[in-house]
Design a protein around this ligand. Structure first.
Ligand SMILES: [Zn+2]
Length: 502
């Protein structure tokens, strides 16, 4: 007991004095030289790496400056990291980091993002950190994202593996497993979603994904599109009639669970630059107008999303003019958008208030009832330019009701994507009764990108880097929303007993 207490005291002392903990898994570096590991240390909740370890992969040298900071030289150019600041100057350009560089036991430690955002651009190589899979990718390596969904099918199961961007695949079926070999340098593997009794563990090693079978026979089929390669493994468990299994062609996509388009079918994204015309939105102390920032961000987002995701992006306005909320909704529904992102800047009487926030639609009681009945009846929705479009939905002002879960997932992904660029923890995700979202027949979020009433954020929002970081965060979130399978829908909630009695 006494020893344990002493250990606890010692541990507490160590933790308070250092704020450095041991133990995160090493990062895997993937480069043309192969795969190597890079030890990581957790500092204030962030992954840090030692710069002398990084020097084994990238050409850098480190020297202390006189003010307690450090200068990192890469190919004759310099990164200046002032002491205790989460900002570095990269060849004269300011880059924000999740935390300051830190000197621990004679070594300089830096957040991993320092390697991708500061060293990478000067090293003349692409350096990318895939946080979820802890991969640091150096150079033009092929590291596709692999998502796996498991669903029960009859007494068997279906396993759908998507590899994006597409890569060559070979599925080898053995007695108790299917090994899917992927032609890539490494795999960025997302956690498996769903389970089925017929499917055991799904394991990933360097470039092979192995699906263990708990029962039955498996048949694998591979297809490829511009967006992704897909392997569908159909598992026929004993007890399932063979004719039934044969009747379902293995190449057919999984049957849709609902009339709501699967995220992977996303073709059109609607971006809504808030305000416009004489509705200027928030005005910063320095004169910056919310309507200008939202339009600029929307245009940047359009070109990035169209180029990288191969989708069509519709803007609810592409110049400085007033657009009503109903017109915005109508534009989005008329374009048959699959996702909607509304861009705004926040305002607060307290100039010190900063930080982004993400909102999705909050339902009142009527909306909750509507959500339960979603799809029950067809109704005409007004569309742009007059006329109506019949879709299997509910009241015009409550079309958002049936997309709430997906909207919430999209909001959470966006908040998660903001964790790095904002330099802090993920911003709050909040439900709110926002009229611009209510009539949208697609997953929809409203993104307050920061406070224009904060002089610091007004200044920050003017910078190219800050705008690029916001665009990157939205891109990351939408990309994950599209490529990561949604969790299986929950069973419809029963009506609350109190209401049923009345
Ligand atoms: Zn606004």
């Amino acid at each position: 007991m006494r020893a344990a207490a002493a250990t606890a005291v010692l541990l507490a002392l160590l933790l308070t004095s250092l704020a450095v903990a041991q133990g995160p898994a090493p990062i895997t570096v993937v480069s043309s030289a192969g795969r190597r590991t890079l030890p990581a240390t957790l500092v204030n909740g962030q992954d840090y790496v030692a710069l002398d370890d990084v020097a084994a992969f990238l050409p850098l040298s480190v020297r202390d400056d006189r003010q307690g900071g450090v200068v990192v030289s890469v190919r004759g150019r310099s990164i200046v990291a002032p002491r205790d600041r989460a900002l570095v100057s990269v060849d004269g350009r300011v880059v924000a980091l999740p935390g300051p560089l830190s000197r621990v036991a004679n070594r300089w430690l830096a957040p991993v993002d320092f390697v991708s955002r500061a060293v990478g651009p000067l090293s003349e190589q692409r350096v990318e950190y895939r946080r979820a899979s802890r991969l640091l990718v150096i150079g033009m390596m092929r590291v596709p994202r692999v998502t796996t969904r498991v669903e029960p099918a009859g007494t068997g199961a279906r396993v759908t593996i998507e590899i994006a961007p597409p890569a060559g695949v070979m599925a080898v079926t053995e007695a108790d497993r299917v090994a899917v070999r992927i032609d890539a340098d490494a795999l960025d593997v997302a956690p498996v979603s769903g389970t089925a009794p017929a499917v055991g563990q799904v394991r990933a090693d360097q470039t092979t994904l192995t699906v263990m079978l708990a029962a039955g026979d498996a048949k694998a089929t591979a297809t490829t599109s511009d967006q992704a390669a897909r392997v569908v493994i159909d598992i026929t468990a004993p007890g399932q009639a063979p004719e039934a299994a044969a009747a379902a062609p293995a190449t057919a996509p999984p049957p849709p669970l609902s009339p709501i388009p699967a995220a992977s079918n996303v073709r059109t994204i609607v971006v809504d630059p808030g305000h416009g015309g004489d509705d200027t939105g928030v005005k910063g102390a320095g004169g910056t107008l919310e309507k200008q920032i939202t339009l600029d961000l929307a245009k940047r987002l359009k070109s990035v999303l169209e180029a990288r995701l191969g989708v069509r992006v519709v803007l609810t306005r592409d110049d400085d003019r007033a657009v009503t909320l109903d017109e915005r909704t109508a534009t989005a529904n008329n374009a048959k958008g699959h996702m909607f992102v509304s861009l705004h800047m926040n305002a607060s009487p307290a100039p010190s208030r900063t930080g982004p926030a993400v909102f999705f639609m909050r339902l009142d009681r009527e909306g909750e009832d509507t959500r339960r009945q979603a799809g029950a009846q067809a109704q005409a929705l007004p569309v742009l330019g007059g006329g109506t479009r019949v879709i299997e939905t509910i009241r015009w002002d409550l079309a958002q009701a049936r997309h709430i879960e997906e909207s919430q997932r999209l909001a959470a992904l966006l908040a998660g994507a903001l964790e790095g660029p904002s330099g802090t923890t993920a911003p709050p995700v909040q439900p709110a009764p926002l009229r611009v979202l209510a009539g949208l027949d697609m997953p929809a979020v409203l993104f307050e990108m920061g406070y224009l009433t904060s002089p610091a954020q007004e200044k920050g929002a003017a910078s190219d880097d800050a705008r690029a970081a916001l665009v990157q965060a939205v891109y990351d979130a939408l990309n994950r929303f599209i490529t990561e399978p949604a969790p299986a829908p929950a069973a419809p909630a029963p009506a609350p007993p109190a209401r049923r009695r009345r």
